[in-house]
Ligand binder design. Structure first.
Ligand code: ADP
Length: 337
């Protein structure tokens, strides 16, 4: 806005200045023409009493008022525009704050009742021998509350990272064990419905915020499950390459186009439209993944799998050499039912 005001002033001054020079040149030319027309040289004072001189002065005055008039209208519009812009801008800022506060409060409100319902259902399912039908109902409810809990945690986590109120606390941990636990839990959750091939290099240590990283890796894994066919294979690899620890999840889903490869990491971004989509989600998962990985100074990106599907890769840089066990002892878990 400063630049616009400065250039407006500068152009107004230039226009005014040019108009004055043009006026002077017109007077001089008219004076010479007048002398040429009458065939003698009259004094400038005498020329100032002629009609030609008055009409030039009148035209000049009109042009001057036009410049002032139009300049003032532009200035007023510019000031009004600036005021409007600042109003809209501050409204936007307070709206973003409200949205953030809303997310934080709603998630807090939802979190405790969900946890308490889940606990009650778990207690009920252990103590009382129900008929099969009731047991199924309880199991379904527990799964539902699990999903709700995951959703609420994701929203809360995203909101806290967005307003920088989450502080990452990193400690040296065995990342191989962490991935192993994640896979075990994942296999229990998805049951025997999916073929998962896992290769984990053992004893890889890294300074991590365990809960944050767990949530990020689970998000990638759940996406591979959600966005590919039930009959297709999911592969998970964890290994050290050069001075990086690489975690990758390979699926055989429908893949992600080049234009969407960066967009999917934006907050709330989901491919396709809500009406035709049949997978559940909020578009927050990969936003969280990106934030968490970047807070560990790492990178996350997606590549095409061949012949189809996606490869999500996370690379964590090893700043100083802390990995003691470099003998690669691969643990292979295979579940193919
Ligand atoms: P959500 O899964 O809740 O929609 P995410 O942020 O985890 O949100 O993912 C954003 C979008 O990226 C998803 O809606 C989906 O369209 C796409 N996506 C993520 N992972 C995969 C995958 N493995 N294969 C195909 N598309 C994916």
């Amino acid at each position: 806005m400063g630049y616009i005001f400065a250039s407006f002033t500068w152009w107004s001054y230039l226009l005014y200045d040019k108009n004055e020079s043009l006026h002077e040149a017109q007077i001089n030319a008219a004076y010479l023409n007048h002398n040429a027309a009458i065939g003698s040289t009259v004094s400038f004072d005498t020329f100032q009493k002629t009609e030609t001189y008055f009409s030039i002065i009148e035209k000049h005055n009109r042009q001057k008022w036009m410049i002032f008039g139009e300049g003032s209208v532009f200035l007023v519009l510019l000031i009004l525009g600036t005021i409007q812009l600042f109003r809209t801008f501050s409204k936007e800022v307070s709206l973003a704050k409200q949205q953030n506060n809303f997310l934080l409060s709603i998630t807090h409100e939802l979190k405790s009742p969900i946890a308490s319902i889940k606990l009650s259902l778990q207690t009920l399912s252990k103590r009382i021998q129900f008929e099969e039908k009731y047991e199924r109902l309880i199991t379904n409810s527990i799964e539902d509350t699990d999903r709700l809990q995951g959703l609420v945690e994701n929203i809360l986590f995203a909101a806290r990272m967005d307003n920088h109120s989450y502080s990452f606390e990193r400690k040296e941990e065995n990342i191989s064990d962490l991935v192993e636990h994640i896979i075990e839990k994942f296999k229990i959750n998805v049951g025997s419905t999916r073929a998962i091939h896992v290769v984990i290099q053992p004893d890889l240590d890294y300074k991590i915020d365990k809960e944050a990283l767990r949530s990020a890796l689970i998000n990638i894994l759940e996406n591979a499950y959600k966005y590919s066919d039930m009959a297709s294979l999911i592969q998970v690899h964890l290994y050290k390459k050069g001075n990086q620890i690489i975690f990758e999840v390979i699926d055989e889903g429908k893949g992600i186009s080049s234009e969407e490869k960066l967009k999917i990491f934006e907050k709330f971004y989901r491919i396709g439209n809500e009406a035709t989509r049949n997978t559940k989600g909020t578009g927050l998962g990969l936003f969280i993944v990106k934030k968490v990985i970047e807070s560990h100074n790492g990178k996350v990106w997606v590549e095409n799998n061949q012949p189809k599907g996606s490869i999500f890769k996370v690379a964590l840089p090893i700043e100083d050499e802390k990995i003691n066990h470099l003998t690669i002892k691969e643990t292979i878990h295979q579940q193919n039912v």
